[in-house]
Unconditional design. Structure first.
Length: 244
């Protein structure tokens, strides 16, 4: 953070103090968004100390594993690899919920998204496709938060394509308690690729805010592979530990 940003933070802090959306302490910097540094530090971000399914990033335990491990619940899912910044809890959960209502990705989260992308085992990515909203939900919300997340990856110079992968059906929001099969059925055939020449033969990265059961990501990946994509990777801000 440069001197100007520090002075601006001090000025804004005095004039418009921002309470943390978790603990109500003052947020120290605009970079942090709506959560203070302490609550960010108490949020589980993914690193080598967490054992995760190599394919879907489901948390399997703590410690270090020298070999790739798999939960096998994602064996039939169409995507190849999923990576997330951390668990859907505390700072990540509050920031994601805020992002659904406010089109702003805090700089701190942008840095975490870029770090997760750099550390992922993705092979070279040719194009980024934000998971699309239905026309009805886009009109209701006014923006697609997945596109804002994709924008955080612009420094890598990868094309962002928000027009090839489309949602062809307006699906109801997933309800608490829905199992994976119910979620899968709710989004089955809900996506298609209308410009296959943009993804054919390419490695595609789809991005979203939360990865829960994987039903949405898998159906997007299925549509992309039918259109000729050779690999489909997933990058999400948060990984739900259980179905929300």
């Amino acid at each position: 953070m440069n001197l100007f940003s520090k002075l601006l933070d001090i000025t804004l802090s005095l004039a418009f103090p921002q309470p943390c959306h978790i603990c109500n302490r003052e947020v120290e910097s605009r970079e942090l968004g709506i959560v203070c540094l302490r609550c960010w530090s108490e949020t589980q971000l993914f690193d080598d100390s967490v054992i995760k399914c190599f394919k879907c990033s489901r948390v399997l335990g703590r410690g270090h594993s020298k070999q790739a491990v798999f939960c096998h619940e994602c064996d039939d899912d169409a995507y190849d690899i999923v990576r997330c910044v951390g668990l859907y809890e505390k700072a990540l959960m509050k920031t994601v919920l805020y992002l659904k209502a406010t089109p702003d990705v805090p700089l701190h989260l942008q840095k975490l998204i870029r770090k997760s992308f750099q550390n992922a085992e993705f092979q070279s990515v040719d194009v980024i496709c934000p998971i699309p909203l239905s026309k009805a939900r886009l009109a209701e919300r006014g923006f697609n938060q997945a596109y804002l997340i994709a924008n955080a990856l612009r420094p890598f110079g990868i094309k962002i394509d928000s027009g090839s992968l489309v949602r062809t059906a307006h699906t109801k929001k997933h309800r608490p308690g829905m199992d994976k099969k119910a979620r899968q059925m709710s989004v089955e055939n809900a996506f298609s690729v209308i410009k296959p020449f943009n993804v054919s033969g390419k490695a595609v990265l789809i991005v979203d805010d939360v990865f829960t059961s994987g039903a949405t990501a898998s159906n997007c990946a299925k549509a992309l592979k039918v259109a000729g994509a050779k690999k489909v990777y997933v990058l999400a801000i948060a990984r739900a530990s259980t179905f929300q």
